[in-house]
Write a protein that binds this ligand. Structure first.
Ligand SMILES: [Fe+2]
Ligand SMILES: [Fe+2]
Length: 194
């Protein structure tokens, strides 16, 4: 399955994005090892998360026509490629719900994310080919405190959007607020590697 996926992605994605997806998959495995996740599952989700990223907005909308998505997301490739990628991954490789959701929510996050969803959310930001202000902090903390890394990744996204006067999709704020509350209530995920 992994070889088939790699072949499919090589034909669908630019060289740079292919390298990014491999980086996300490999980072995700490290996080799964640190937090007791399913390494095979996160590797597949990491590889497939941006599968639809280079489609047109029309293609993304066609793929997701049976999925409930608000009108704002339907106008934004930056947001819609997650949902479109999830549907495409299901159609092409029959991925399970956990992988589907990790792909679906990799840009926005959501309330009550699973371990696999959190791992993909953080890996997408932290993989080695990424370079932006604040990334060192994220890489420093991600192997010891996953929830802190999710919050930091959301903060970095929000800071970027504010600095560049871009629209903020409400679910990004909702998912950040949720995980802060979850962390403060003492239910956060801690590293299994002491
Ligand atoms: Fe993405
Ligand atoms: Fe990505």
């Amino acid at each position: 399955m992994i070889e088939k996926i790699r072949e499919e992605l090589k034909s669908k994605l630019s060289e740079k994005r292919f390298a990014h997806t491999v980086g996300v998959a490999e980072t995700a495995v490290k996080l799964a090892e640190a937090f007791g996740g399913d390494t095979k599952k996160v590797y597949i989700a990491g590889l497939l998360h941006d599968m639809a990223k280079e489609l047109t907005l029309e293609e993304m909308n066609n793929l997701t026509q049976d999925v409930e998505i608000d009108s704002y997301m339907r106008t934004s490739k930056a947001l819609l490629h997650g949902a479109a990628g999830a549907v495409l991954a299901k159609q092409t490789f029959d991925v399970d719900d956990e992988i589907y959701n990790a792909i679906f929510y990799h840009t926005t996050g959501r309330e009550n994310m699973t371990l696999t969803e959190k791992i993909i959310f953080v890996s997408d930001m932290a993989e080695p080919s990424r370079n932006f202000k604040g990334i060192e902090k994220l890489r420093e903390i991600m192997l010891s405190d996953l929830d802190d890394a999710v919050i930091t990744a959301a903060d970095l996204t929000l800071s970027y959007l504010i600095e560049n006067r871009k629209n903020i999709y409400p679910l990004t704020v909702i998912s950040r607020n949720y995980i802060i509350k979850e962390k403060n209530s003492g239910n956060s995920i801690e590293s299994v590697v002491k």
